[in-house]
Design a protein around this ligand. Sequence first.
Ligand code: COA
Length: 165
Amino acid sequence: MITAIYPGTFDPITHGHFDVIERAVSIFEKVIVAVALNSPKQPLFTVAERINQIQGLVKNCKNIEVDSFKGLLVNYAKSRNARVIIRGLRAVTDFEYEQQLALMNRRLNDEIDTVFLMPSERFIYLDSSIVREVARLGGDLSHFVAPAVAEQLMRKFSQKEQQKS
Ligand code: COA
């Protein structure tokens, strides 16, 4: 049984991430979607909110677990008996950074391999920052995130507006 970890900041999870998750669960016996706790990014959503969003989307999939992790990804992977890290590769611009990350992770633990999955071309322009930007400016989010996530994004930004005024 091969367990794979799909790590990320997921701030928030988008249709592009979900597309990668669906592909991963059709290949691996178990997939752990792992929210990074010590990301250098300043997330809009708390870890609990992000875990909740992901759990809401994957609730009907039996072989998925949603978790969070601190510290090095390879150490977390080892602690979960996972020998595969999943990363999405959207465009050639992702390649250099992903190669660096994969090779560094291999240097840290050569028993763990990175597998790259390409999301549908409908989602290759998506990332979480651009979705947050559309939400901040009140745009239609239905093509980018699940309805529950869209609602939470709108709520976050309206709270922020209220705090400002
Ligand atoms: N659909 C939509 N968006 C996607 C995507 C897809 N299929 N694939 C990637 N993205 C987006 C992400 O949402 C993210 O957007 P953002 O920058 O607006 O937040 C961006 O593309 C990818 O960002 P990146 O920084 O590459 O990845 P990440 O934030 O998702 O996760 C970790 C990075 C957590 C995996 C990595 O930092 C890590 O492993 N940290 C732990 C410490 C460690 O072990 N480091 C490595 C060795 S030093």
